[in-house]
Design a protein. Structure first.
Lengths: 380, 205
């Protein structure tokens, strides 16, 4: 797919900026804090309706304003599609496609696909399990938009169940077996819902990792010149013998029963995919604790390349690649592996503070924009 | 779309009116302003009539003591209607749902309005809803079927299952089949969808 135009209105530090992309590779060069990452973030939002750095939509709207808009024209399956996302400081969003407002945000997802790769992504390896769950969820949302709905439902059940457990643990420690029958009935229903929706999350996560792992493994091997072997393990909090939905649900309910006393004591849900982990193992050693910087970088790069290929395989079109500050951080070998893969196949937006780190061939074939104080100037 | 544009300063009483209107659900600043200016242009008698209607509705409309639907009488018109099937009760979360279902003209039984959904986050448990009254109604009368017509949200599902479990010892319990928009309210479902959903109801397992 090809992003043809982007229009930012009152988004971050952009007041009103049109951008026209005319080459498969675009380099955004500029000093710190000028708006390079903001532009990539706009593209990320159109693709996933998520931002990896904004906690609230208020941050996305130009300071002093109430409302901002990101619009784009995308070419997908050789057909142009207009996308627009309106963000408000109130948090309410409006999405539209080809000028028509969509009632469900779900229908907006999956139209544009992008893989984001920033220097922060080392956290994917080093950070807490929630980093890896977020990464996996973002990928899944692009591959199967309905996953966004499932995940949201899961989080609703989780919050409701937690609130219920908290109430119960607040009620002067009546042990569960003496609790009112109506409370037991209610808890059993929350359990059943958590298990039903939770197992849908688990199955989808398992499925995507199964497809991603061999791709990442191949890339990791190539980048490390066959000196390293990568393994990716999904470590679900609820493990089941089989992939069968009812088997997972049963395992879920069994584990809930097992942890019932602890849950009641702590007043929170201790069982479920909100506690899942993904393990990266390089040459039989966990990369999180023991991987060297270089190994961790290779790993993240391999994961990102695998994401590109997987999205392409599932969607049937190459996604966009957003490279935020990473190129300069990769050594020549890794840079070349990345560049070879991209070629002109994946439309790529690259941010950098200096053009010096780029290969001359690359500079020649790229469109170059200078970003300064929320303005985009074509310069090459 | 209007980018920017902070509201201009209104004279005090007008600002107060706009502020009150804006508290209504679905009314944003712009609509509130439009409504307020419209009201000011009306003849005084019209405005009085509006104000009086507001206050009187608030005074006179309460809840039906049988089904908890909005009613100006102790027992609502639907509950008093001898032509309606007294052996079937349709359970909904809100009075708005009764109104939506009545519009379909498909349903000829009685109702029971729960007054919300189970939601621990909002401090709403079964005791905050009209569930005990429903169980009493069903256990004391000869009810042939209870239809649960509650939106399929997470909270709606929990409420459906909860109420279903309490009622099953006494009668047949069904739930309407939802082809409704995801996360949609009954209120927003069009009449055709609702009518079809009523026909396609199934036993609660
Ligand atoms: N809502 C907002 N309104 C106005 N300005 C904002 C808003 N959000 C962020 N900014 C400004 O945007 C700038 C940061 O932009 P961005 O993160 O894109 O920088 P960058 O060009 O990627 O820099 P670096 O090279 O350091 O990564 C900061 O000056 C910040 O104050
Ligand atoms: Mg940046
Ligand atoms: Zn009544």
């Amino acid at each position: 797919m090809y992003l043809k135009t982007l229009h930012l209105q009152q988004f971050r530090n952009y007041r009103d900026q049109q951008v026209k992309f005319s080459a498969p590779k675009t380099i955004l060069v500029g000093d710190n804090a000028q708006g390079k990452s903001n532009l990539l973030e706009a593209v990320e939002l159109l693709a996933t309706l998520r931002s990896h750095r904004a906690l609230r939509d208020r941050e996305l709207v130009l300071e002093g304003e109430q409302i901002g808009q990101i619009s784009a024209t995308l070419e997908r399956h050789a057909t142009p599609v207009d996308l627009s996302l309106i963000v408000r400081s109130s948090g309410r969003r409006t999405v539209s496609q080809n000028g028509e407002t969509l009632r469900r945000q779900l229908d907006f997802l999956g139209v544009m696909n992008a893989v984001q790769f920033s220097s922060l992504d080392l956290e994917l390896v080093r950070g807490s399990p929630s980093e890896r769950r977020n990464w996996l969820d973002t990928l899944l949302t692009q591959l199967e938009p309905v996953y966004a709905y499932i995940l949201q439902q899961y989080h609703t059940v989780l919050r409701q169940r937690n609130a219920f457990l908290k109430q119960q643990s607040g009620e002067l420690s009546t042990p569960m077996d003496l609790a009112a029958e109506s409370d037991l009935t209610q808890l059993a229903i929350w359990d059943a819902q958590l298990a039903a929706i939770g197992s849908r999350v688990i199955r989808r996560r398992a499925r995507v990792l199964e497809r991603l792992a061999p791709l990442a493994q191949t890339w990791h091997q190539a980048i490390s010149n066959s000196t390293e072997k990568l393994e990716i393990h999904y470590a679900p909090n609820v493990a089941a013998e089989s992939d069968d939905p009812s088997a997972i649900q049963q395992a879920f309910l069994d584990k809930l029963k097992l942890r019932a006393v602890a849950e009641q004591h702590q007043g929170t849900t201790l069982v479920g995919p909100h506690r899942d982990e993904v393990e990266f193992i390089i040459n039989h050693t966990p990369a999180r604790q023991y991987g060297s910087q270089g190994q961790q970088r290779t790993l993240v790069l391999a994961l990102k390349l695998a994401e590109l290929k997987l999205i392409e395989a599932v969607i049937g079109e190459p996604p966009l690649l957003l490279l935020d500050d990473v190129l300069a951080e990769l050594d020549l070998n890794r840079q070349n592996k990345l560049l070879e893969t991209i070629q002109d196949h994946f439309q790529t937006l690259i941010t950098t503070t200096h053009l010096g780190s780029f290969d001359a061939q690359w500079l020649k074939s790229s469109q170059i924009f200078t970003i300064h104080a929320g303005r985009v100037l074509e310069s090459g | 779309m209007n980018f920017g544009g902070t509201p201009t300063v209104y004279t005090r009483p007008l600002a107060r009116l706009i502020e009150q209107l804006q508290r209504l659900p679905g009314v944003g600043p712009k609509t509130a302003q439009r409504l307020a200016l419209h009201i000011l242009k009306q003849p005084e008698t019209e405005v009085h009539a509006l104000a009086q209607a507001l206050v009187e509705a608030k005074h006179q409309v309460g809840l039906c003591s049988v089904c908890f639907h909005l009613s100006a009488e102790p027992v609502c018109e639907i509950c008093r209607d001898a032509n309606r099937d007294p052996y079937t009760i349709c359970v909904v979360s809100d009075s708005r749902d009764v109104i939506a279902l009545e519009r379909t003209r498909e349903y000829r039984g009685k109702y029971h309005v729960l007054g919300g959904l189970i939601s621990p986050m909002d401090g709403i448990g079964p005791d905050q809803l009209h569930i005990a009254q429903l169980v009493r109604r069903v256990s004391k009368q000869d009810i042939k079927e209870v239809i649960l017509a509650i939106s399929p949200s997470v909270e709606g599902e929990t409420t459906t299952l909860y109420v279903g479990q309490l009622l099953k010892p006494f009668t047949r319990v069904t739930r309407i089949a939802f082809g409704l928009p995801m996360g949609g309210d009954l209120e927003y479902a069009d009449e055709v969808t609702l009518a079809r959903a009523l026909e396609g109801r199934r036993d609660l397992d």
